[in-house]
Design a protein around this ligand. Structure first.
Ligand code: HEM
Length: 427
């Protein structure tokens, strides 16, 4: 049966092209800056200024609220860890504009402790191992992967970026929230065009914002009378325990903001990282052979891809007080750019860090962040990637890069990286 998961919907091409995505968001970068960042990291762990300026790239502000503030660029593993581990000094409240009536409009990603902890705990149980991944696999991931891999069985070649990587995460997260899978693409399109840094005129942004809210409010109303095992039902059932307040259920707005951040955070990252992992393995046939011989090595492959090229290489913090970092005086209100990507290639932690090598000694990396905001969906993301790649290798043991297609690259935006395509021969 043909539905949005398996259809050739033109929205896939529009939403899942890393270069187009970055141009739309205004953060596209054309050249590879890996060596220039390595040279900066070798000079010092922390640099005064925006990394974009230090690299001579055109200015772009991830969060318009950051304009005019002094920026600092943090590039080594140790210095990034210091920032991540101190949410009291380095706050996540960056783009938030307080709402006049005091209503809760923050996503969990923008909150600081203790509010952050209170809200994160309402949803965390759904994301913990092993039950959480069991539920995610049974509820969505297994059947999605199976249908997509089956669909390729009549084909000789494919672009895995469009046929697999684009489809699994958006469908998984939409159905996990509780919406119909067929709403997945249109909902994501409206959602990415409703946020602060969407490259669309304000009226269109507002129209999309209202559409997203209408869809989510409809779902909340429906689940309030007919709960299921989905994420919105469990949020309706959750209790928020804020310090100094009586424990209480979440409001509809709070549920909506939680659903939105999970959908945004889970829809794009896994898409790009899945493609990065597939491309890395296909470009290293000896390592692909090791994974084929022993599928338990998929775990090493996914971890190494996250280290080597994390899809979200930069995150930002706002200093809440005057402080010091690696000998620099950081003033209250300054913005700190945490270089997850550069930290993951710190030569003081990894030998030959620019090489993709699934055989290197296991060491934790920073792709999912560290500390209180460490990625809520990391287990889900890993299960999606491992399950999809494992199923492909099993169904197509001769899978290899298609030499007749343009050589794919890992590129896109400064803050979001992914492959331009993953063209393969299947037989
Ligand atoms: C390979 C895929 C992914 C990567 C590389 C990734 C990366 C990250 C990073 C680095 C953070 C921390 C941001 C910060 O400290 O400011 C984060 C947070 C978050 N991620 Fe992911 N993520 C991925 C997949 C997912 C998925 C699949 C979901 C949901 C199903 C998800 C949901 C979230 C949420 C809700 C947060 C905010 C957590 C908090 O603030 O407490 N992510 N992610």
């Amino acid at each position: 049966m043909e539905d949005v998961l398996t259809a050739d919907d033109p929205l896939y091409g529009k939403l899942y092209d890393v270069r187009e995505e970055a141009k739309h968001m205004g953060n596209y970068i054309e050249r590879d800056v890996t060596d220039e960042i390595a040279a900066l990291r070798a000079k010092a762990p922390v640099h005064k200024g925006k990394l974009r300026e230090l690299l001579g790239l055109p200015n772009h502000l991830r969060h318009p609220g950051m304009a005019g503030q002094q920026h600092w660029t943090v590039l080594t593993y140790e210095a990034c860890e210091t920032v991540f581990r101190d949410p009291t000094t380095f706050s996540n409240a960056i783009s938030h504009q307080p709402n006049a009536d005091g209503e809760q409009t923050l996503s969990v990603l923008e909150m600081d402790p203790p509010q952050h902890r209170a809200f994160r705990r309402t949803i965390q149980p759904k994301f913990l191992m092993p039950e959480a991944t069991g539920w995610w696999r049974d509820f969505t991931i297994d059947s999605i992967v199976e249908r997509l891999v089956d669909r390729l069985k009549t084909r000789d070649r494919a672009d895995l970026n469009m046929e697999i990587c684009a489809r699994i995460p958006v469908y998984t997260i939409t159905t996990a929230i509780g919406l119909e899978g067929d709403d997945a693409l249109r909902f994501r399109h409206a959602h990415v065009n409703s946020v602060e840094n969407a490259g669309v005129p304000p009226e269109e942004r507002y129209k999309n914002f209202l559409l997203v809210e209408k869809i989510l409010q409809g779902l909340i109303d429906e689940r309030r009378s007919r709960p299921t095992s989905d994420l919105v039902s469990s949020l309706l059932d959750a209790t928020v325990r804020l310090p100094g307040e009586e424990p209480r259920p979440m409001t509809d707005r709070e549920i909506m903001y939680m659903a939105k951040i999970v959908m945004i955070a889970g829809g794009g990252t896994s898409w790009r990282q899945m493609g990065i992992t597939m491309l890395a393995l296909l470009s290293n046939p000896d390592q692909l052979a090791s994974v084929k011989a022993d599928p338990s090595r998929l775990d090493d492959a996914v971890d190494e891809s996250l280290r080597w090229n994390p899809t979200a290489p930069f995150f930002y913090r706002n200093a809440t007080c005057d402080t010091e970092l690696c000998g620099h005086k950081i003033a209250k209100g300054d913005i700190v750019e945490i270089g997850i990507g550069p930290a993951n290639r710190d030569p003081s932690r990894w030998d030959n860090p620019d090489l993709f090598d699934i055989n290197r000694p296991k060491l934790s990396n920073m792709a999912f962040g560290l500390g209180v905001h460490r990625c809520l969906g990391m287990n889900v993301a890993k299960v999606e990637m491992m399950h999809a790649i494992g199923a492909l290798i099993e169904a197509f043991p001769n899978i290899r890069i298609d030499p007749d297609e343009p050589v794919p690259e890992i590129g896109g935006g400064f803050e979001q990286r992914g492959p331009t395509a993953v063209p393969v021969l299947l037989r």
